[in-house]
Ligand binder design. Structure first.
Ligand code: ADP
Ligand code: MG
Length: 241
C-alpha cells in the first residue's frame, strides 16, 4: 500500500488536496485506489464522470457530508459507492472489523441494483457485503442474522435494517464510517419512514460521514438532511429537478 498522509488515512483529505481534484473529469484522475480504478476501467463503461459524480466525489472522498440532488439516471450510485469503498480501504478495514458502512435504499429493486454496483466497484477489494431486503428475493431473516455481524457493508431497505437493529443479537454498528441514504425523496412518501429513520439514526454513532441523495429536493428532504448531516455540501446539478 502506498504511504498516505495521516489525514488521508483517517478518511479525510485537506482542502488543498480537495482543490487539486475538484476539476477532475475522469475517474482515473481521482485520488482513489488502484483496485477501484482497475475495477472501473474493466467495466469499459465508466471513464468520464457524470455531472453529479464530478460534483460530489471530490467532497465525499475528503470525508465531508454531502447532499446530492440530480435526476434519475444521472449516476448517483457511483457517487456514494466509490467513497464507501475508498473510506474502508484507507482505514484498512477487514472482515473482522464489522459494519463499516450502511446504505439505505427505498426499494428492494434499488437495493439489489446498488449491491450489484458495489460488487462491481469492490471486486478487487476484500470487503464483505450483504444485501438485507427481505421478501421473496431476499434471504431468510435468520440466515441474515448470522451474516450481518460479519459484513462490512450493508445495503438495506429501511424496515429490514431496523428489524436487524432490534432483533439481531450483538448487532453492532458502533464503528460505522459511512452512512448513505439513497433516493430519499421516494422514501419520504411512506408515512412510516420518518419514524423508522428516527429509530435507525438514534442507533448510529454520531461520528460518521453521511451522504444523502435524491432526485428532487422538496422541504421534507431538507428536513431529513438537517437531522442526518453535519455541515454538508449541497450539490444539485439539474436546476429544475
Ligand atoms: P441514478 O441513481 O442517478 O438514477 P444510476 O446510478 O442508477 O443513476 O445510474 C444510471 C445509469 O448510468 C446506470 O446504468 C449506470 O451504469 C450509468 N452510469 C453511471 N455513471 C456513469 C458514468 N460515469 N459513465 C457512464 N455510465 C454511467
Ligand atoms: Mg439511484
Amino acid at each position: 500500500l502506498p504511504a498516505l498522509p495521516s489525514d488521508a488515512r483517517a478518511g479525510r483529505l485537506d482542502s488543498t488536496r480537495f482543490s487539486r481534484y475538484a476539476g477532475a473529469t475522469r475517474f482515473d484522475q481521482l485520488p482513489i485506489s488502484k483496485k477501484t480504478k482497475d475495477a472501473l476501467r474493466q467495466c469499459n463503461k465508466y471513464v468520464q464522470m457524470s455531472d453529479i459524480q464530478r460534483a460530489c466525489l471530490p467532497h465525499a472522498l475528503c470525508g465531508r457530508d454531502v447532499r446530492g440532488a440530480a435526476k434519475t439516471g444521472s449516476g448517483k450510485t457511483l457517487a456514494f459507492v466509490i467513497p464507501i469503498v475508498e473510506k474502508l480501504y484507507r482505514g484498512r478495514w477487514c472482515p473482522q472489523d464489522g459494519v463499516g458502512s450502511i446504505v439505505i435504499s427505498p426499494t428492494r429493486e434499488i437495493a439489489s441494483q446498488t449491491f450489484d454496483v458495489l460488487r462491481l466497484v469492490g471486486r478487487h477489494h476484500s470487503f464483505s457485503a450483504a444485501l438485507l431486503i427481505g421478501g421473496r428475493r431476499g434471504k431468510d431473516v435468520q440466515v441474515e442474522k448470522e451474516l450481518v455481524n460479519e459484513c462490512n457493508i450493508l445495503v438495506c431497505t429501511p424496515g429490514r435494517l431496523l428489524q436487524h437493529m432490534d432483533e439481531t443479537p450483538h448487532f453492532d454498528c458502533s464503528q460505522l464510517q459511512v452512512f448513505v441514504l439513497d433516493e430519499v425523496d421516494s422514501m419520504l412518501s411512506d408515512p412510516s419512514f420518518k419514524q423508522t429513520m428516527n429509530a435507525i439514526i438514534s442507533q448510529l454513532p454520531k461520528q460518521r460521514q453521511t451522504l444523502l441523495f435524491s432526485a428532487t429536493h422538496p422541504k421534507d428532504v431538507k428536513d431529513l438532511a438537517v437531522l442526518c448531516l453535519k455541515d454538508p455540501e449541497f450539490l444539485s446539478v439539474h436546476e429544475k429537478s
